[in-house]
Design a protein around this ligand. Structure first.
Ligand code: MLT
Length: 262
């Protein structure tokens, strides 16, 4: 296991053999969102779990106040280059991690070997949703606190039935992030593009994982767009919300193993 600040993103690496598995977390989280996957998948993969820029322990670049989803995809490729990884990787992305996967499909398809798309969407924010994110970003910077983000998002990220320790884990990740980093990432979410037209271009095996209780990426919507990916399998996990790798790690890990995507 290794944690490091490269010239690019803070990341954790685990595992010595097998394909490269790049774990791309959601907002407002960090690579710790994958804490139950690192041990499990590093038995068969070389796992890399970065903190996306502005989140966790990856600082914004000097003077940076906004980010785009495309910036995140560029950062991931820069990270792979810095680690001298040239072979295609399995990208497992959750929610914002899935939005980033669409940009990887668009700009860097040769970097991908397979996709695991968890609790994510292909459509852009409505103007009202985007305006709400910009207001939230402003409140986050003004109050110098993660609390506005947590108050707004936590009830939608996790179902009411969730274990308190899971909600605490999300709180810890958000509070480890600077207000400026949260705000820059809210800007990235608000300005993301509709990726529907990219779906039919995906040539790699894909697994789409949804949650029965997901309030952010609804199951029916995910099932609909998953059907537009040529080599995708869609699966719905019972009793979980938006963050199944943390909420139900054994079920999540077993499901991914059973599907034997790589
Ligand atoms: C995430 O989990 O990355 C966010 O919920 C994405 C979003 O709010 O659209």
């Amino acid at each position: 296991m290794a944690g490091s600040f490269s010239s690019t993103l803070h990341h954790q690496r685990q595992g010595n053999s097998g394909p490269v598995l790049l774990l791309v977390h959601g907002f407002p989280m960090s690579h710790l969102q994958w804490k139950h996957q690192l041990d499990e998948f590093s038995k068969t993969c070389r796992v890399i779990a970065p903190d996306l820029r502005g989140l966790g322990m990856s600082p914004l670049r000097q003077g940076q106040t906004t980010l785009s989803i495309e910036d995140h995809a560029d950062d991931l490729v820069e990270l792979l280059e810095s680690l001298q990884i040239t072979e295609p990787v399995v990208l497992m992305g959750l929610s914002m991690g899935g939005y980033i996967a669409w940009q990887m499909v668009k700009k860097y398809p040769h970097r991908l070997r397979a996709l695991v798309l968890c609790h994510t969407r292909v459509i852009a924010d409505t103007p009202e949703q985007a305006a709400g994110r910009h207001q939230l970003a402003q409140r986050t910077v003004e109050t110098r606190s993660a609390e506005p983000v947590l108050e707004t998002m936590l009830p939608r990220l996790l179902p009411p039935s969730v274990q308190p320790s899971v909600a605490d884990a999300v709180r810890i990740m958000a509070r480890q992030t600077t207000p400026e980093g949260l705000a820059a990432n809210l800007h990235a979410l608000a300005t993301r593009i509709d990726a529907t037209s990219l779906l039919s271009t995906i040539q790699v095996p894909s697994l789409v994982i949804s949650g029965e209780l997901d309030a952010i990426s609804p199951l029916a919507e995910m099932s609909q767009w998953a059907s537009l990916i040529p080599h995708a399998e869609f699966i719905s996990l019972p009793g979980v919300g938006h963050v199944s790798p943390l909420e139900a790690p054994e079920l999540f890990n077993r499901t991914v193993h059973e599907k034997a995507l790589w």
